[in-house]
Structures are given as C-alpha cells and as structure tokens.
Design a protein around this ligand. Structure first.
Ligand code: ADP
Length: 664
C-alpha cells in the first residue's frame, strides 16, 4: 500500500485519537500523540509510536493550544496533523497556522470551515446553492422587537439559535409570542457566554423532526461523493445518543434529493475531505422528498462516522489521509453501496438518575462484547477525569438488516461491563429496546417524552445481593477445603452496602450444595450449582431453574472491599464495610475462629476432633509484638485446624472451625 505520509501527529485524545492511530498503523504510518498532565498514562499515548507532553490538564492549556501542537509536530518530524473531532478540528486559524508551518492539516481548507462556521452565513450560502433551508430569519438586524415580529411572521413554534452555536448551546424553543422576549434574551446570553457571540437566527420549529445527515467526501481534484445518510434522531438535549445508518423509512426519492443537496453544498465550497451535511426532516408522517431542510455542515469527521464505515466498508480515516496528501478519492459514486444496517451507542460516564450528571471515577473493570466494534480510549484501571468529555466508548454493531443490527446492539450492550463509575449503559439498553425505536418510528423528542420509563430507578435484585454475598464471603462450594467446611447449617450473616443502603442477609448451605439467602428469617432465593471460575460466577436459580451468569470484580480498598456484580450490563457495586465481616460473623455464630489481625501462630492447643468448652484457649498468635489468645466461642467439637505453628496468617483468615451444633 502506498503511504500518503510517513508520520502524522494526532491533535486529540481518547477514543478518536486511538481510532485514527489504528488506521495510520494499518497503513504503516508512524503516529505521534500529544497529551496533557491528566493523560500521561492514557491509552492514546500508549498506542502512539511517540508522544509529546503539551501542558496542564485543562484543555485550554493543552489540547486547545495550537502553537504547542504545531511545535510538537515540527519537533517530531510529523508531516501532517489529524485534528480528530472537537478541540481544534473546526478552527480556521489553526488550519492556517498549520499550513504556515509547512505542515498538512488533515481536513478542509480554512475558507471552507469559515464558510460553514456561522449558521446564518451557511444558510445563505446553501440557499444560493439551491439547497432547501429551514424557513426563518437569518439577517443582520438583531433588535428584539424586530426579531419578535419575524418570529410572528415565521409562525410559532419557533427555534432561536445562536449563530455560532454548537452542541445544542444557545438554542431555545418558543411556543408562543408571550415567551419570546425572555427566550431571546437567554439564547443571546448563552451565545455570548459560550461563543462570545450573541447573534441569533430564528427558525420555524419543525414538529416531529428527524435529524438525518449525509456523509460527503471531496478531494483536491474536484471530485465529490456521498456515503449515504445517518439517522441521529435519538437525542437528549440536542446531543446524539444512538445513531444508525441507513435512516429507517428512507425512500429512494428522498435519498436522491438529500444526497443531491448535500453534494451541491459540498461543491459550493469546493469541499475537500470528510464532511457532514445535517438536515432536519419532517417526521410527522412518511418521509417525503420535499420534507427536508439544511441545518448546518460539520467540516470534520463526526463522532458517529463508524456507522457509515460499517455499511459502506470504507475506512473514512484512510480516505482523509489520502485526500489530505493530494490523492484522488479511492472510489467513485457508482462504486459505493449500502451493505446492511449499523448502529452506534455512545457509552458515557454519567448518571441518568441524577439528570445525566457527568461522572468520574476509576474504571475498576471495563470489558466489551466481542460481537461489536468498540471504539474506546480507556482501559480497566483508567480514570475518567473531570477535565474532558466523559465518553467511555462507542459500541457499534452491523447486521444484514435493521432488526439484526439492533439485536446485536442489545446483545453487545448486555455484554458491555463497566465497574467503578456510573454509566448510561442501562439507559442505552432500555432505549435500544424501546417500542418506538424497535419499530423505527421516532423523532428527536422520543427520549424526552419517555425519559421516566427509560431511566426507571435501577432495581437492586436479590440475585445481585446473593452473588455479591457469596463473593464477599469467599465461598466457593466447588472447593470444599476452602469453602465448604466452614459452612455449618448455621447461617452466615453479611452486610452489603449498595447506594448507601445496608442490606443484611443470612446465607446457609444445604447438604445438596445449594445456598439459601434469607432476610429476617425469610428465604429470598436459593442458588445451586454455584461456580466461581476466575472473575465469572454462575449458578442455577432455585424455583425457576434458570441459569444466571455474572462477572465479579473484587476490588480491595484501604478500608473496605468493593464487590461489583455485573449480570447482563446491569452493574451493582457493593461495599463490604468490614473486610472481615464475613468470617467475623461466622465466628460470631460460633462455627469458626478467625485471626483477629495479621500475625504469626505461636502455639496451638487443639487438634481435629477435640471436644472443647466455651472459652477454652485454642491457640496463641503474635502480632505487633503482642500475644493474643484464640478463644473457643462455644462448646463443641473441633472440625478442622487450618493453620500450623509458625504460620503467618492474614487478619480475617479462618484458623479453627467447629462441627455444626446438633440443635442449630
Ligand atoms: P448545534 O450546532 O448546537 O448542534 P443544530 O443546528 O445542529 O445545533 O441542531 C441541533 C438539534 O436541534 C438538531 O439535531 C435537531 O434535533 C434540533 N433542531 C435544530 N433545528 C431545528 C428546527 N428548526 N426545528 C426542530 N428542531 C430543530
């Protein structure tokens, strides 16, 4: 394969930096990462061939400082800079600085970015290119009374948009004229605060809107192709949540009209590189060729580009690199076709129960389904820091048709396991199984309308408690030496805290090896055929006989243990308040004597089979230069002595067990 470059710098972090590096690697191009303080140990740094530190953790002092990035490229001999998305990807001044330094910017020209940078100018440009735009007002006059009259003319409901807006900021929907002045003032304030530009435009609010966008690609030889559409209607607060390609319900007529319009848009600005033309589509009935309008153009690679890659088989990053190096587009329009259907779900560290508040934390565990493409920039053990976007991964599935791809998505989400931070995984699963979504019948308001059902308070199932209790007690019925014999008929009590609430349960082992879980004397469930195999736990549920499987993470913390049970993609974290509570409780119940602290056994008084009185000294251990007597908690027969004189034992280790009490 001919290499367009021999070395490139990726001016980004996280999943997109890693994703660009994978393609570069495949093409034999060497990669340079840049990183901030917080990212010194990040996956994108490890993935790159070399890495340059560019400053403190806040993006404004590192990833957004164009000059530092250009210097890093020059210092490492990189020939081109790939900006990823976000950060400097749509900053025309940066593009000019990169070019002035004699480097190649992997993206469009500064002029193209400027032409599409402001929503009002872009709409004017599109109108002259013959592309339908949302009816509205996008002129210079900004006087409040004048804008109110324009809103009246357009007809309510209207949408006020900051012209410099992005990510849903500076946008206000207004239902009636009485609300207009206040909404205008707040959109202007937000535009000023976020983009230093209070200028707004006003649009007709399209009811039941769908967001459908067309991927376009141009080269420096005057060629332009489209790579079909993506549907990004599943949004929350104007942020995309699940995307798919192609759009459900798309007709040949509408696709023809939309892709023609998208190509006219790209040609109008001599577009070179990967770009996306976003349209709003009337979804109140069947899609129709006269029911779509230009919203804006994104002059970069989009987050959701993998769904297009899945259905076209094109590696868009490879195309970006080739086109940036001056090569012609690898394929012509007639060579491109749609193969099947694809979905992408955005997995975030955020807490749906708390209004989707971004979450931080250390990923105690992270694993993905093998049935999906998982684009990620983090690994088990990594920290989700507060400095950047809290995206954990994009889960992408591809199938021969929509339902097949959707089933794969549901399955993949089910097998996506994250422990250590709140995530939107269960919300994504609920969404992927929502009736409207299943039927392909939705608009951008679906999530907001059905939010309560989609984020229904996660249920703490008895099964999770049972599995966590087994793990916390260290019980492995398959290994009788270490587990089985500790279990008399007496119940072993354990306390597990989940979401601040303490659950107390008693576990007892029946002669057939099944475990009953009780709460205040009432049996909640029984588990049989329990297998603990590495991080995997499985059991058969009493009654139904169903098999349950889970993944266990047992994370020792300084003062407690964190046991995460992942069954499906439902993760429940339990705090075991006292690391020795399990065995200490067993001791309380008189079935075992545990080491009260870490130390050495200096003397033993009993053997297996001895009959002892309550209070009898069983042995002596030494810890921190002090001797401690091990005392029989009750009268009974010694079942086993699990330590020897001179042995070093851990605090909490079981030292002596008793035969079960006849009356127990
Ligand atoms: P941003 O640049 O802030 O992302 P966009 O102009 O791309 O803003 O719009 C974001 C989302 O807002 C769209 O995906 C769509 O859901 C909604 N939206 C935008 N314009 C309209 C409109 N005229 N009517 C209804 N919804 C709209």
């Amino acid at each position: 394969m001919q290499k367009p470059f021999s070395k490139i710098l990726i001016a980004n972090r996280g999943e997109i930096a890693c994703r660009v590096m994978h393609t570069a690697d495949r093409m034999g191009i060497r990669t340079v990462a840049v990183y901030s303080d917080a990212d010194a140990g990040a996956l994108h740094v490890e993935t790159a061939d070399e890495a340059v530190h560019i400053g403190p953790s806040p993006a404004a002092e590192s990833y957004l400082v164009g000059q530092k990035i250009i210097e890093a490229a020059l210092a490492t001999g990189a020939e081109a800079i790939h900006p990823g998305y976000g950060f400097l990807s749509e900053n025309p001044d940066f593009v000019e600085a990169v070019e002035a330094a004699g480097l190649v910017f992997v993206g469009p020209s500064a002029a193209a970015i400027r032409a599409m940078g402001l929503k009002d100018a872009a709409k004017d440009l599109m109108t002259s290119a013959g592309v339908p735009v949302v009816p509205g007002y996008q002129g210079e006059e900004q006087e409040a009374g004048f804008l109110a009259k324009e809103a009246e003319r357009i007809g309510y409901p209207v949408l006020i948009k900051a012209r410099a807006g992005g990510g849903g900021k500076g946008m206000r929907k207004v239902e009636e004229s009485a609300d207009f002045p206040a909404a205008l003032a707040s959109a202007q304030r937000e535009g000023q605060a976020a983009f230093s530009d209070p200028h707004v435009l006003i649009e007709k609010f399209i009811t039941s809107p769908r967001h459908i966008e067309v991927q376009v690609f141009g080269d420096s030889h005057g060629n332009a192709v489209h790579l079909f559409e993506r549907d990004c209607s599943l949004q929350r607060r104007h942020q995309k949540v699940i995307e798919e390609a192609p759009a459900p319900g798309m007709t040949d007529d509408l696709r023809q009209a939309m892709t023609d319009a998208a190509l006219s848009a790209a040609r109008a600005i001599d577009y070179c590189g990967a770009g996306t033309i976003e349209f709003i589509v009337d979804g109140s009935g069947p899609l129709r060729p006269d029911g779509f309008w230009f919203m804006e153009m994104n002059t970069r690679l989009q987050v959701e580009h993998p769904v297009t890659e899945a259905i076209t088989g094109v590696d868009l990053v490879e195309w970006q690199l080739r086109v940036a190096a001056g090569e012609a587009l690898p394929l012509a329009q007639e060579d491109l076709c749609i193969d099947g259907h694809a979905f992408e779900a955005r997995l975030y560290a955020e807490d749906p129960a708390k209004g989707f508040l971004p979450a931080t934390g250390k990923l105690g565990h992270l694993s993905f389904s093998e049935g999906a493409r998982n684009d990620t920039g983090v690994r088990s053990g990594d920290e989700i820091s507060p400095f950047y976007d809290p995206m954990i991964a994009k889960v992408i599935t591809h199938g021969p048709n929509r339902e097949a791809a959707r089933s794969l998505l549901v399955a993949a989400l089910h097998e996506t396991h994250v422990a250590g931070t709140a995530t939107n995984a269960e919300f994504l699963s609920a969404l992927a199984q929502h009736d409207g979504f299943v039927a392909g019948d939705f608009d951008t308001g679906l999530i907001e309308r059905d939010l309560d059902a989609l984020i229904a308070a996660p249920v703490l199932s008895e099964l999770h408690i049972a599995l966590a209790a087994l793990v916390a007690l260290g019980i492995d019925p398959a290994a009788p030496r270490t587990g089985w014999r500790l279990w008399g008929a007496a119940a072993h009590e354990i306390r597990l805290a989940h979401a601040g609430e303490v659950n107390t349960r008693s576990l007892s082992l029946a002669p057939d090896g099944s475990v009953a879980l009780q709460d205040s004397g009432e049996t909640r469930l029984t588990l049989s055929q329990i297998r603990l195999d590495g991080p995997h736990i499985s059991a058969r549920l009493g009654g139904s006989g169903a098999r349950v499987d889970g993944v266990v993470r047992d994370i020792p913390m300084p003062t407690n243990r964190l046991v995460s049970i992942l069954a499906g993609n439902v993760v429940r974290d339990f705090d075991i308040p006292d690391p020795r509570s399990g065995n200490a409780r067993a001791a309380d119940h008189g079935d075992a004597v545990v080491a009260p602290m870490t130390g050495t056994i200096v003397h033993l008084d009993v053997n297996t089979g001895d009959l002892v009185e309550a209070g009898t000294r069983l042995g002596v251990m030494e810890a921190m230069k002090m001797e401690t007597a091990l005392i029989a908690p009750r009268a009974g027969v010694v079942a086993d002595v699990l330590c020897a004189v001179g042995a070093a034992v851990e605090g909490g280790a079981v030292l002596v067990t008793f035969e079960e009490e006849a009356a127990a």
